[in-house]
Design a binder for this molecule. Structure first.
Ligand code: COA
Length: 192
């Protein structure tokens, strides 16, 4: 048991393969891959994400961060998937299941992003179908929550395709690119 009372000692690091993708946690020695993804997509992603410090775009930051991600997976706090192409030479995107809460809630929050050059090919849908299944069947969670900016129609369509249902609207919910922004709240429940 860890500080959150949710340690699963027998859970192996996931490696989920789809037709075009491999979804898995990166090891610290693969920091260069994540660093390249972040640098190449800085402009593409900044309007959808929190403000990033300069360090976020360095290899040393990602070496440390990937170590934290492995620890958090082992402790059952989060599962941060990198989505790679089938030869595992470049990062297509990321999908992060964070704030895992057990007890009567059994839920987590999902965030995701795809590289500009891979957008619009159904790749995020392909990845999330597989990773959502993992979260429900292997992590045993009951609810995955995701929030999107009202004008992010692409993200809204994606969630709806995946079976996420709108549950509400939260004013000034997340600080995106330095501004507290309203969000549409959605969630997907196991077996729905
Ligand atoms: C949102 C995002 C992950 C979608 O990834 P993707 O791989 O392009 O998604 P998919 O191709 O699987 O599906 C996108 C869907 O949006 C639709 N779409 C594309 N452009 C659209 C637009 N301008 N308006 C509405 N729908 C749009 C696509 O047609 C597709 O739906 P369909 O299959 O029913 O046609 C990607 O655009 C991204 O990373 N955006 C920047 C970061 C971000 O927004 N993250 C999410 C924060 S909530």
């Amino acid at each position: 048991m860890n500080r959150h009372g949710l340690f699963k000692s027998n859970l192996k690091l996931p490696r989920l393969c789809t037709e075009r993708l491999v979804c898995r946690l990166l090891e610290p020695h693969e920091a260069t891959l994540m660093c390249s993804f972040r640098k190449e997509n800085k402009t593409h992603l900044e309007k959808w994400e929190p403000l990033r410090k300069t360090a976020f775009f360095t290899e040393s930051f990602w070496q440390a961060q990937l170590r934290v991600q492995l620890r958090d997976f082992r402790e059952g706090v989060s599962t941060n998937f990198s989505i790679l192409d089938r030869d595992e030479l470049s990062i297509v995107g990321v999908c992060n299941y964070t704030n895992i809460v057990r007890g009567t809630f059994q839920s987590c929050q999902l965030g995701y992003a795809i590289a500009k050059r891979y957008e619009g090919q159904g790749l995020m849908e392909e990845a999330l179908r597989q990773t959502n299944d993992f979260v429900f069947s292997e992590l045993g969670l009951h609810r995955i929550m995701a929030a999107y900016l009202p004008h992010n129609h692409r993200s809204g369509s994606l969630l709806s395709k995946l079976g996420f249902k709108k549950e509400g609207f939260a004013e000034k919910y997340l600080k995106i690119n330095g501004v507290w922004e309203d969000h549409v709240l959605t969630s997907k429940i196991k077996d729905r």
